[in-house]
Design a protein around this ligand. Structure first.
Ligand code: ADP
Ligand code: MG
Length: 389
């Protein structure tokens, strides 16, 4: 089922949650569309689980209102909400088989035997566990247990499924496989998913849209591409992937291009896109490592058509197989991380420390952030990397 852009399954309006003096969620506003795979991404402690618990009804907002399918749900107990939750700890009953674990909730609700049979079989088929229907949890791998937990939620045919770091206990390879499976399952069953994770790659891979959270605040909401290509704050730019960020002044804006000067005096041209940026603004110029091109000085024509071309010196080279990572000093002013795709067999030999290079970037490949204060502490990380080399 496709996402219906006009219908919201969940609306969170000005929701604040306090535990005593501590504010775990601050004035949150979110609208999640019907059929959407929506993720909440942020570091541990930023308020993700608290938000899910309020949607599920295990906790009440201190302020604000939550709507499920246009109906305010304050005071509605969890079991009466069209919502199910899958937790990181699967909490399966150890003495029950796969089939019985999935049937448990329906039996307790007094659903008719024949219907239980049919719905449990259907849920088992969805997660492809037919061959393990009689096994106990100890006879299942972590990934298989997670599927049972998923089926146990799906059997209730919820409108919305809440998933709280459901793949957290799995090893990296299985986790990747389950990510794709979950995504496929979600688009087949058409249930709205709210997926909580602290893993940025996971959120980018799976989501239609995501909210990036920090310290109880939603920092940015957007599609994976919007969030990655156009982060709105230093926090988002640093949390999602790696960014080179340079504090800068805007000298002038002409024809949609901002002429910026970094705090060390490097000039950079950046497309302003739809942002309200004007001369005199303090901004952060954000350049992703893969968007900086580097070329040995004698091959400068390879990068000469980019609006920003600088002299650089290679400070460190780390060969990572598919790419080589460089730390490059740009005109004695800034350090930048550069990722270079190794397309040819010979490239590994070409690079040396202290080698002189050209470093270049298109104006459209950089972006600007206006919220430059928060998260800028991380910009010193690059200095740390180099000191260790
Ligand atoms: N019942 C509670 N009482 C007091 N503090 C809580 C309670 N639940 C969560 N918190 C605090 O709220 C913050 C957000 O927690 P949580 O939503 O679990 O974060 P996340 O899921 O993003 O890791 C944390 O600092 C946590 O310690
Ligand atoms: Mg949590």
């Amino acid at each position: 089922m496709a996402v219906d852009p006009n219908v919201y399954d969940i609306e969170i309006e000005h929701v604040t949650k306090r535990f005593g003096d501590f504010v775990a969620v601050k004035d949150m506003n979110l609208k999640i569309k019907k059929g959407e795979f929506f993720s909440m991404l942020g570091p541990s402690g930023c308020g993700k689980t608290t938000t899910l618990r309020m949607v599920a009804g295990f906790d009440q907002p201190t302020e604000g209102e939550i709507y499920l399918a246009n109906t305010p749900v304050a005071g509605v107990p969890p079991y009466k909400r069209p919502v199910n939750t899958v937790f990181q700890s699967y909490a399966l009953f150890p003495h029950l088989s796969t089939w019985e674990n999935i049937a448990f909730g329906l039996k307790r609700k007094g659903v008719e035997k024949k219907e239980i049979q049919q719905r449990v079989d259907e849920a088992i088929a969805m997660v492809e566990m037919e061959s393990m229907r009689d096994r106990k949890p100890v006879q299942l791998s972590g990934g298989q247990q997670q599927r049972v937990a998923l089926a146990r939620a799906l059997v209730n045919r919820p409108t919305v499924l809440l998933l709280d770091e459901p793949l957290g206990a799995l090893d990296a390879k299985l986790r990747k496989a389950m990510q794709l499976e979950l995504k496929k399952l979600q688009s087949e069953v058409g249930i709205t998913f709210i997926y909580v994770t602290h893993d940025q790659e996971e959120a980018l891979t799976m989501s239609d849209r995501l909210a990036v959270m920090s310290q109880g605040l939603v920092e940015q909401i957007g599609t994976p591409t919007e969030i990655y290509e156009n982060p709105q704050s230093a926090f988002v730019a640093n949390f999602i992937g790696v960014s080179n960020i340079y504090l800068s002044d805007v000298i002038r804006v002409e024809n949609g291009v901002a002429e910026c000067r970094t705090d060390k005096g490097l000039g950079v041209l950046v497309s302003v896109q739809d942002k309200a940026i004007k001369a005199g603004d303090k901004v952060g110029v954000v350049i992703r490592p893969e968007k900086l091109a580097i070329a040995p000085a004698e091959k400068m024509d390879e990068v000469a058509d980019r609006e920003n071309v600088y002299d650089g010196v290679v400070k460190a080279v780390v060969y990572i197989g598919s790419v080589t990572q460089f730390i490059v000093d740009i005109e004695g002013k800034h350090l930048a991380q550069v990722l270079y795709q190794n397309l040819y067999h010979t490239e590994r030999e070409e690079w040396a420390q202290e080698q002189k290079v050209k470093v270049a970037c298109w104006k459209d490949s950089a972006s600007l952030i206006t919220d430059v204060e928060k998260g800028m502490a991380e910009k010193d990380l690059m200095g740390e990397v180099v000191k260790r080399i």
